[in-house]
Design a binder for this molecule. Structure first.
Ligand code: HGY
Ligand code: MN
Ligand code: MN
Length: 423
């Protein structure tokens, strides 16, 4: 039996999808046209309710799990068989964009509606997931929901992580449960036939080559750190130079060395995006500086070398202060399976959408699913490659192209399921 693909593709409605993306962007909307919808925040809980209502209005089922992942399910002819899974995340960076994550979730929902409109019942269920805390901006490290789903991180450890206000993931998940008493839970580590994540590129390459669809070949490796520099508070004007233990100046020396080390490695991305000072008062010598380091590179050896450079930078910069480096995340460069890349490329051809291979510089939940089941990703362009910013934008025509390739890929996987989950 082959998929009624022409009917499904004809039913993919770009206008409906675009309206849904606009509606989702209202949850946590910022004056600058972006969104602040942090993981497990009131804004994200409201956005999830919007998704659950949309799904139920079409007879789709909504589920969640102990890690706060949300699943919307189109039943298949064989409910007992592992489902085909698609989706991404609806949590955002602070003043982030309205397409990062959201495109993958809304395009997935659009595909389920296209199946319904085409009267196409897939042989196995197709589910759209919104992973909990992909972005790491409130609770670090990110991708908590997908890590917990595949068993890469245990729930008690995850629940103990606190945000800047001292609220733990566990407390936030309990508040989520209270807001979703009508959403049944299913176990983590469920068998899945395959996972396909649609996402904006968050870079400029597809736009530059005027190609609407990217077949993602892999994701570059990364390491994430938190650094605590400890010194001593004091009067900015009276503590003599030889007695000062200025945590900010030591942090600045260390960060300058990290910047110089990264500049020496072609293609190394190093970012210190978060810095908090104690006290943070202009005429008080900072007793503590707390900052993040995010390094990324396609070669694992380069990331390892940068890791050593970070250690050396701390030793050289500390002076009279103490420096503690906490490694909070580490992920090697990965390649998606050739069979999934080929399936997506063939789906693009079947949908009549131009596509090209592209490597992902940004991180995605698909990284963790790739260890669990056959996994692939579909990219669409975003304007000037801008993301993690309020000005993130997409062309509606590309949004439709991406959704059509996703539809063809999910239909192909449902009618001809690839391998299957890790045992
Ligand atoms: O940081 C990342 O790569 C992802 O966008 N959270
Ligand atoms: Mn994302
Ligand atoms: Mn992001």
């Amino acid at each position: 039996v082959t998929a009624p693909l022409d009917a499904i593709l004809a039913a993919v409605d770009g206008d409906r999808l675009w309206r849904r993306l606009e509606a989702l962007a209202r949850f946590g909307a910022t004056p600058g046209g972006g969104v602040t919808r942090l993981a497990l925040s009131a804004e994200e809980i409201a956005a999830r309710r919007f998704l659950i209502d949309l799904a139920r209005a079409r007879g789709l089922a909504a589920f969640s799990d102990a890690a706060g992942n949300l699943f919307l399910r189109l039943e298949g002819a064989r409910p007992d068989r592992p489902c085909v899974l698609t989706g991404s995340h609806v949590d955002s960076q602070p003043r982030g964009g309205r397409f990062d994550g959201a495109f993958g979730v809304m395009a997935g929902l659009e595909v389920l509606e296209a199946f319904l409109d085409a009267g196409a019942t897939p042989p196995v269920a197709i589910e759209v997931v919104a992973w909990m805390n992909e972005e790491a901006s409130r609770f670090a490290p990110g991708m908590m929901g997908s890590k917990a789903f595949v068993g890469e991180w245990d729930l008690p450890a995850m629940r103990s992580v606190a945000d800047g206000a001292g609220v733990t993931v566990g407390e936030a998940l309990d508040a989520l449960d209270a807001a979703e008493p009508d959403v049944p839970k299913r176990p983590l580590r469920r068998p899945v036939a395959c996972f396909v994540e649609a996402h904006i590129e968050q870079g400029p390459l597809l736009e530059r080559c005027a190609t609407p669809v990217g077949v993602v070949t892999g994701i570059q490796g990364t390491r994430r750190y938190r650094v605590t520099v400890s010194g001593a508070a004091g009067h900015a004007g009276t503590v003599p130079p030889g007695d000062r233990r200025d945590a900010m100046m030591a942090a600045a020396r260390m960060i300058a060395r990290i910047d110089a080390a990264a500049a020496r490695v072609d293609g190394m991305m190093a970012t210190c995006g978060m810095l908090r000072l104690e006290l943070g008062a202009p005429s008080v010598i900072p007793a503590e500086a707390f900052f993040s380091i995010d390094i990324r590179h396609p070669q694992d050896a380069a990331v390892e070398e940068m890791d050593r450079a970070i250690e050396q930078a701390a030793a050289a910069a500390a002076g009279p202060c103490e420096i503690r480096i906490d490694r909070i995340a580490r992920a090697p460069t990965l390649e998606f399976p050739e069979a999934m890349r080929r399936r997506i490329a063939e789906a693009a051809a079947r949908a009549g959408e131009p596509a090209t291979d592209i490597f992902s510089a940004a991180g995605h939940d698909a990284r963790h699913l790739n260890a669990w089941c056959p996994t692939g990703m579909i990219f669409i362009p975003c304007r000037d490659g801008i993301s993690h910013a309020e000005t993130e934008w997409c062309d509606p025509a590309d949004v439709l192209s991406g959704a059509r390739v996703l539809a063809a890929t999910l239909a192909s996987a449902a009618w001809d399921p690839p391998g299957g989950s890790a045992p």
